[in-house]
Ligand binder design. Structure first.
Ligand code: NAD
Ligand code: TYD
Length: 338
């Protein structure tokens, strides 16, 4: 089988390629990535020389390019990770989120319609369900929850999901969707909370915590997300949505303090800053469907995943230092003024 993995030079797509390229040597894996600020070919170094892997640079929203690629490669499966993924950037520049996340998804679906496909899989997020209140810990997101986006990022991901469902129903595209909670682990771009805290604490820099730090996220180690997507693509039913999460809810302040403790750094590094506009309070996934139907189980808990992640950032300093010394630095100053 021939797979096109879009957004494979990013955090989760890169980890996914590390997970599948050696596991399935009989399959062919093509990474399609635009290499935006978030795409990094250094992330793909561990698989770069494998005979069943190749890289092509391109934009999923560029119709001519995408159709030409499909004509040439005739892929069996598309797994769409490519996206603008950072909520704060979607607040300052929503337009690119519409282009990549919505138009890009529709362009891929149209190519599937034109050339045929065995499976189209959309990598989506718990953020399409909006948020949950802090005072109702009994509530979790199920696949039946209403779509209720808060940020331009989640609105663009929700729109993309609706197009995937509509193309399944109207055109019979054999499509599936997975919605995962917040990921963390190796190769996570240091603008997101966990790698930001690790990299800044290691340099004894201030850690910006939005608002009062009480917002809750449900954290999943990235390899567990990869194993879930692999299962859904191979065994999941067409036309279905699968929620992915490991019941690891933590407030942002707990996350920051845990990392500082693991690194032996003082809590005085914490600086409370202006809250994110429209900031979602709590995300929490109910993964019962994927557990029962496909037998998925996460291997890591927050308590095992955080030390493993900290260890990875300590032993791969050059990976994140290359990022921090580049374009990322200008963005960071503009965002925080620190
Ligand atoms: P990321 O920002 O680290 O990587 C995105 C990748 O997509 C980059 O390599 C970038 O170059 C590429 N890309 C962006 N625009 C493109 C375009 N127009 N054409 C081709 N490539 C393009 O993102 P991530 O954290 O790895 O997230 C991957 C997917 O998983 C996204 O769809 C995101 O919505 C979803 N997701 C992320 C999380 C999370 O916690 N990070 C949780 C649930 C779902
Ligand atoms: P983030 O990693 O951006 O993921 P998402 O917004 O998709 O959940 O942020 C995780 C949480 O951490 C979110 O509640 C916002 C908060 N946060 C901070 O407090 N400070 C920061 O510098 C960042 C980037 C995030």
């Amino acid at each position: 089988m021939k797979y096109i993995v879009t957004g494979g030079a990013g955090f989760i797509g890169g980890n996914f390629l590390h997970y599948v390229v050696d596991k399935y040597p009989g399959d062919e894996w093509i990474c399609l990535d635009k290499l935006t600020y978030a795409g990094n070919l250094e992330t793909l170094a561990p698989v770069a020389d494998r005979p069943n892997y190749s890289f092509v640079r391109g934009d999923i929203a560029d119709r001519d390019f995408v159709f030409e690629l499909f004509r040439k490669e005739k892929p069996d499966v598309i797994i769409n990770f490519a996206a603008e993924s950072h909520v704060d950037r979607s607040v300052s520049d929503p337009d690119i989120f519409v282009k990549t996340n919505v138009t890009g998804t529709v362009t891929l679906l149209d190519a599937c319609r034109e050339f045929g496909i065995r499976r189209y899989h959309q990598v989506s997020t718990d953020e399409v369900y909006g948020d949950l209140p802090l005072d109702r810990p009994d509530l979790l997101f199920t696949e039946e929850n209403k779509i209720r986006a808060s940020s331009p990022y989640s609105a663009s991901k929700a729109a993309a999901d609706l197009f995937v469902s509509a193309y399944h129903r109207t055109f019979g595209i054999p499509a599936s969707i997975s919605r995962c909670s917040n990921n963390y682990g190796p190769y996570h771009f240091p603008e997101k909370l966990i790698p930001l805290v690790i990299s800044r604490a290691l340099n004894d820099e201030k850690i910006p915590v939005y608002g009062n730090g009480a917002n809750v996220r449900d954290w999943l180690y990235v390899e567990d997300h990869c194993s879930a997507i692999d299962l859904v693509v191979r065994k999941g039913r067409e036309g279905e949505v699968y929620n992915i999460g490991g019941h690891n809810e933590r407030s942002n302040l707990e996350v920051v303090k845990t990392i500082l403790r693991t690194l032996g750094k003082p809590e005085s590094l914490i600086e409370f800053v202006k809250d994110r506009p429209g900031h979602d309070m709590r995300y929490a996934m109910d993964p019962t469907k994927i557990e029962k139907e496909l037998g998925w189980k996460p291997k890591h808990t927050f308590d095992s995943g955080i030390p493993a992640t900290v260890e990875w950032y300590l032993s791969h300093r050059e990976w994140w230092e290359h990022i921090i010394s580049g374009e990322y630095r200008n963005y960071f100053e503009k965002q925080y003024g620190l």
